[in-house]
Design a protein around this ligand. Structure first.
Ligand SMILES: O=C(O)CCC(=O)C(=O)O
Length: 374
């Protein structure tokens, strides 16, 4: 073998070793040795780093707060005003915090707790769920788009398909021993909460029951809709200014209900600036996804968000993504399309989303852009 060939072979071997090392995730990387510096594979180009420089137009705005929607108001005599606040939040921010919801503190705390205990399991146990098959009912992984990211992200995740629960629960992890019970309860309760909030959003959009029964049929479809849960774990990071937990992206579904622990990290884009979402104990951060932007014909915005990491504390979050059934087509509601507001998005389905993601990588709002009729 020529020296050049030998060198190439050695490089390929090193690359494969490096890849298999990183595929085990950030938690494993941090546990393997005390990490004092972020490995090269996680270092973003300067322009993509979470800079705090004041000259940067995307400087973080720490003073702005997301709208807060009081769920109990949606169910009481002040519903009209609450619907208006909800509509304003979806239109202006694409994000809001939901407080006084019907899910008990115990269910919420247990969800964060059991997710933490799952990530604490030895790699051998978590490793059995590591797959790149996007259709798997359970998927453990790392980074954002693991097989496509040229720079890796500082997060590990567990993704679970949730609805209908009896179809998926038998595939879920059996360890920790209370995992299925705690996560199953949480999944059902968040789904119920999603249905109530989604119905309020439809009412706020003016899609009231019509002769063709449009609202009724959409609400029925949501009852059989898809739900995917993502538990995210972001270990402490020695150089948080060089990397991200999750890069800027939007979510594919109608709504995401996100639970974050007490550690800051989520940032939302608002007027070209990054706004840190202050954790409110037991509140849900709710955001409009790409499907709702399409369904509302662009009235409500699916907004870019990202996650920054920090040197001091690890962070956990659990996102529950809701949409229509995977085999449904999403299109602008005929109620929101007229001569003054022509149809702005083409019809789409989950299969085309998956095909897009597999071919291009879920970068920023590329998928939504690809659905726009210009
Ligand atoms: O961890 C967070 O706060 C956000 C998570 C997120 O954006 C996601 O799972 O897509």
């Amino acid at each position: 073998m020529s020296p050049a060939m030998a060198l190439n072979e050695q490089r390929s071997k090193d690359d494969a070793e490096e890849r298999s090392q990183y595929e085990k995730g950030v938690k494993q990387l941090c546990e393997k040795g005390h990490i004092h510096a972020v490995p090269k594979k996680y270092i973003l180009p300067v322009s993509e780093r979470p800079t705090k420089s004041v000259e940067d137009s995307k400087v973080v705005n720490q003073n702005l707060q997301l709208p807060i929607i009081d769920f109990s108001e949606l169910l009481g005599p002040n519903r009209p005003q609450a619907l208006q606040s909800l509509a304003n939040a979806c239109q202006q921010y694409g994000f809001f915090q939901l407080v006084n919801h019907c899910i008990s503190d115990d269910v919420v705390r247990s969800m964060i707790d059991v997710s933490g205990r799952f990530f604490d399991l030895p790699l051998e146990e978590r490793g059995q769920y590591m797959t790149t098959d996007m259709a798997a009912p359970v998927r453990c992984g790392t980074s954002f788009s693991q097989t496509k990211d040229s720079v890796l992200c500082w997060r590990d995740f567990l993704k679970l398909l949730c609805h209908p629960l009896p179809d998926f629960l038998p595939h879920w992890p059996v360890s920790p021993v209370d995992f299925r019970e705690v996560v199953g309860t949480y999944a059902e309760e968040t789904r119920h909460l999603f249905l109530v909030v989604m119905e309020a959003i439809l009412e706020g959009l003016g899609i009231v029951q019509n002769e063709e029964g449009e609202e009724e049929s959409v609400v029925k479809e949501f009852e059989n809709g898809s739900q995917m849960m993502v538990a995210n774990f972001y270990p402490r990071c020695p150089e948080p200014e060089l990397t991200l937990g999750i890069p800027p992206h939007s979510d594919y579904g109608f709504l995401t209900l996100l639970l974050q622990d007490e550690v800051e990290g989520l940032q939302v884009q608002y007027q070209d600036k990054w706004v840190t979402v202050q954790p409110i104990p037991n509140a849900f951060v709710v955001n409009v996804g790409d499907h709702l932007e399409i369904y509302s014909n662009g009235k409500y915005k699916s907004v870019l968000h990202r996650v920054v990491v920090n040197e001091v504390k690890s962070r956990m979050s659990v996102a529950s993504l809701h949409s229509l059934p995977f085999n449904c087509t999403v299109k602008p509601s005929p109620k929101l399309v007229d001569e003054a507001n022509p149809k702005r998005y083409m019809d789409t389905d989950f299969a085309s989303f998956l095909a897009y993601v597999s071919s291009r990588g879920p970068n920023k709002k590329d998928f939504l852009e690809s659905r726009k009729l210009h």
